[in-house]
Design a protein around this ligand. Sequence first.
Ligand SMILES: Nc1nc2c(c(=O)[nH]1)N[C@H]1C(S)=C(S)[C@@H](COP(=O)(O)OP(=O)(O)OC[C@H]3O[C@@H](n4cnc5c(=O)[nH]c(N)nc54)[C@H](O)[C@@H]3O)O[C@H]1N2
Ligand SMILES: Nc1nc2c(c(=O)[nH]1)N[C@H]1C(S)=C(S)[C@@H](COP(=O)(O)OP(=O)(O)OC[C@H]3O[C@@H](n4cnc5c(=O)[nH]c(N)nc54)[C@H](O)[C@@H]3O)O[C@H]1N2
Ligand code: SF4
Ligand SMILES: [Mo]
Length: 713
Amino acid sequence: MSEPVSSTPAVSRPDQVATHCPYCALQCGTTLSRERERVIVRASDFPVNRGGLCQKGWTAAELLDTPDRLRRPLVRNAGGELAPVDWDTALDTVASRVRRVRDEHGPDAIGVFGGGGLTNEKAYLLGKFARLALGTSQIDYNGRFCMSSAAAAMTAAFGVDRGLPFPVTDLGSADVIMLAGANVAETMPPLMRHVDSAELIVIDPRRTATAERAALHLQPTPGTDLALVLGLLHVAVVDGWCDDDYLRARTSGFEAARQRAMCWWPERVERVTGVPVSAQRAAVRMLGTAQRGYVLTGRGVEQHSKGVDTVSGFINLALVLGLPGQQRSGFGSLTGQGNGQGGREHGQKADQLPGYRTITDSHAREHMAAVWGVSPGCLPGPGRSAYEMLDSLGTDAGVRALLVFGSNPAVSAPRAGHIVRRLSALDFLVVADVVCSETARLADVVLPVTQWAEEEGTITNLEGRVLRRRKLREPPEQVRSDLEVLHGLALRFGEPGDRYPSTPCEVFDELRRASEGGKADYSGISYARLDAGEALHWPCPETAEPHPGTPRLFLDGFAHPDGRARFTAVDHRPAAESVRSDYPLHATTGRVLAHYQSGAQTRRISELMDAAPEAVVEVHPETGGRAGLRDGELAVISSRRGSTVARVRLVGTMRMDTVFLPFHFPGAGRANLITNPAVDACSKMPEFKVCAVRIEPYHSAASGPLAQPLVDA
Ligand SMILES: Nc1nc2c(c(=O)[nH]1)N[C@H]1C(S)=C(S)[C@@H](COP(=O)(O)OP(=O)(O)OC[C@H]3O[C@@H](n4cnc5c(=O)[nH]c(N)nc54)[C@H](O)[C@@H]3O)O[C@H]1N2
Ligand SMILES: Nc1nc2c(c(=O)[nH]1)N[C@H]1C(S)=C(S)[C@@H](COP(=O)(O)OP(=O)(O)OC[C@H]3O[C@@H](n4cnc5c(=O)[nH]c(N)nc54)[C@H](O)[C@@H]3O)O[C@H]1N2
Ligand code: SF4
Ligand SMILES: [Mo]
């Protein structure tokens, strides 16, 4: 059934355009206008945000003209400085240096690192460029750090992975919503409008702004969600909340999952997680009695070395209660980046080809080879995952020349100190960005690219709806789009120019064909339909009558051959790193309202810097007291991988065994100096959300490398 036509009209006035926020996956609808010399952002009445925006959204235009915006290509000169050059010089330098690496070490010595903020067109062309023009298997992207655990678990359970298999607006009719490891009040504030009328069950070690709004807050030890959700499944079975008809008709594999859960009786779960038995029972009762219940996961439960199994645990719980694939209930994972959904469908992931196809599948290879006009044998196989690729940089068998489009791993990758050393060990580093990010500062060539309000394209939001990004104004003179950059580079690698179109609409038309017949089928979607205001959720195949798109997946069956959702039998295990006497506390990391990701964009916006100027660490007052810390003073937080500096914020609702650090800050304030790069064996997601640390006052710990606290380095 098609959703009502909604409000993303195309351009209505020359100085005004309907588009979407440049940041998170909610993709709030905005209207941009030029008023005198300024660009003004206003919220539009788009279904996901209904006239609301968060602080990041309404201040986004400031980045367009940030004083240190990149306006010329830069090449590192003999003196070691990044100096402005013309585009031909920059692109020729990239081509000759990359070719040299390829000649000496083979195509797999070239790596490409993409981003979930890139439009669908950019993500698609980047994957094609890597595999055809460079001939490398070594391409992955920052979405590996974001949605990979949820994607793997949802694919296993449902046969297809779309973050929300239903529109956001469906949440408005929910009576109970479980938010497991998601702090939407800070990470997607306008989403709160949709969940406000429901009773919330929030699972988070911290009492977040979201937890404040909850009817029930479960506050587990970081890294114990799998035990917790096994306990919830146990309670659901024992207390009689199973939907037996649903289990029989729509699922398979329940018995094995049930048996595992039977070993996780509530008292045992309380000992492991710290969540009282009564709270476990209350949570299951709330969801069990709900007429319209939803279970949603976020990065809090996913960014672990057992992230996939943990998400599978939450899916098992949702299945036993009969929620997924129903009109008025469901399971989903909240996609993170602007194009976090589309970014994982079009082939910038190490193991994927466009249309959400698997690169090792011979039919998929044949299909893509035909679209690209090459033989299937030309297509490389799967490459390394994001952390594995970064860890290999500059090593003998690893990647020696790297091209980064749309990520800032010097700040956002786990064990960032090590990753900066690896980036520095490369023979050659190229970064395309809008500002000179911490990663760009390490590069040999920096390519200045257009920003959201200066380009056209499409984005797929957290509900699988394809949206149009539209252009308000021309970019600065010497700035090119990522598509133009890829086109220019491909020519220099001897590729025919028409294989790399540089207009978004042409790329999209090719992407449609590439996706045809794949899981994420976009073939029935066109710029014309989107510009007419149609709400199109994939899959949307090309059919004789225009296909209405698929706002709700799985209503008639799950995407496995037998139409059933699959339970996965999972069991709990401890975090990759346990606390011990010299590192007695758990550290977890995440986000604050005012900043986005590595902060490359939001640290340049004055209102956001006023709101959150520097790295902080949240600590329970008693824990702080024992460590000799005072509110507002600097502390050093150390793990086996390194130390970071942050200003102490004593928070009475913190667990006494846990500290929290946002990861948005650079230099010595990088939370990722301490994080654990242990990855999930299946998804290769790093364990951002738990590691063992100690905390001490800055003045008693500082020496050498920490001499300049909180200063960008
Ligand atoms: N303001 C802001 N909004 C954003 C972003 C941003 O950078 N800033 N980024 C966007 C992106 S890419 C993403 S992926 C999303 C992420 O959105 P969220 O998943 O909501 O964000 P996080 O803050 O990473 O993690 C959510 C919560 O997990 C909790 N947590 C930590 N460890 C554990 C644990 O072991 N178990 C449980 N149950 N919870 C735990 C943290 O305390 C935190 O409150 O946000 C998007 N929106
Ligand atoms: N400790 C810890 N670390 C984390 C996380 C955590 O919770 N804790 N979360 C992880 C998650 S979920 C994510 S998504 C990652 C994100 O971390 P990053 O990948 O570093 O994300 P961004 O800061 O958004 O980096 C995007 C970069 O690309 C630039 N850019 C923006 N748009 C474009 C474009 O169209 N083209 C090009 N070429 N460049 C562009 C921006 O200026 C910026 O420098 O961080 C991960 N790291
Ligand atoms: S919630 Fe996300 S999309 Fe909406 S304004 Fe904030 S950052 Fe932008
Ligand atoms: Mo993310």
